[in-house]
Design a binder for this molecule. Structure first.
Ligand SMILES: Nc1ncnc2c1ncn2[C@@H]1O[C@H](COP(=O)(O)OP(=O)(O)OP(=O)(O)O)[C@@H](O)[C@H]1O
Ligand SMILES: [Mg+2]
Length: 241
């Protein structure tokens, strides 16, 4: 397929919005750039914010990598309405051009050793009338890292996401479960145990909860970049060359 990326990279897909895709993308990007590699971080479609707003994914990613000369962050569509991309584009009287995203990712990939592409919401979120996030991943030809939560409800979300990706023929690199809140330890442990038992993709050790994540964003991401789970994903990405 002419549009598929020729460089190693992964697509960071969520089981939902707010599961920690940006957190994982940022921590993984930091871990990879520490090896001296050139890393391209792409958030092709962002809704609900403008890149200059402090809560925007693109803004938070640029902050983390501000002092890293070997990392570039790029966005293709930034739409202000806090709704799904298809609707946000309609409201802004725009349409999302999948080929424009594919071309941006392909060009980006030529200039970087690794490309990390962060999705928008979950995999069946519509980008256009005909394409959802899952279609975009397939067209990019990237393997996927599923980011999910450890709280109740995540077994269903994670299994549905895994099934959807597998049915689309997308290789699943691994499943990373994130402690986004202080759900009781017993519930978190049982979620991780059952997802491990029922998934035929590698399930990494969960990423710990960082109590001051939003007020100490850069420091928290630096801490997670050194966590064994992120180190392990970085190693897997490096070995996928
Ligand atoms: N390990 C963690 N510890 C504490 N807070 C976390 C952790 N992971 C994520 N969060 C918090 O959860 C919220 C959602 O995280 P994040 O923005 O990375 O999600 P997302 O999946 O990228 O969302 P979106 O769909 O909007 O792109 C943020 O406030 C973030 O700081
Ligand atoms: Mg995000």
């Amino acid at each position: 397929m002419p549009n598929q990326l020729r460089r190693p990279g992964i697509f960071i897909a969520g089981t939902d919005t707010n599961v920690g895709k940006t957190v994982v993308t940022a921590a993984l990007g930091l871990a990879l750039q520490q090896t001296g590699a050139k890393v391209g971080v792409m958030k092709p479609v962002e809704t609900g914010s403008a890149p200059d707003k402090t809560n925007s994914d693109v803004h938070r990613l640029r902050n983390v990598f501000a002092s890293c000369k070997n990392v570039d962050v790029q966005n293709v569509y930034s739409l202000p309405q806090p709704v799904a991309p298809l609707e946000a584009a309609r409201t802004a009287q725009q349409s999302i051009d999948i080929d424009a995203i594919l071309n941006a990712c392909r060009t980006f990939a030529v200039h970087h050793d690794y490309v990390l592409v962060e999705g928008a919401g979950g995999i069946l979120v519509p980008l256009t009338e005909t394409h959802d996030v899952c279609d975009l991943i397939r067209l990019l030809g990237l393997p996927c890292l599923i980011v999910g939560r450890t709280r109740l409800g995540s077994i269903n979300h994670t299994r549905l996401t895994l099934r959807g990706l597998q049915e689309a023929g997308i290789p699943v690199f691994g499943i990373l479960l994130n402690h986004t809140d202080t759900t009781p330890e017993e519930q978190q442990a049982s979620t991780v145990k059952l997802i491990r038992e029922l998934s035929d993709a590698p399930v990494l050790d969960p990423l710990p909860f960082q109590p001051h994540m939003d007020s100490q964003w850069e420091g928290s991401i630096r801490t997670l970049a050194n966590h064994s789970t992120i180190r392990e994903v970085a190693r897997m990405v490096q070995e996928s060359i």
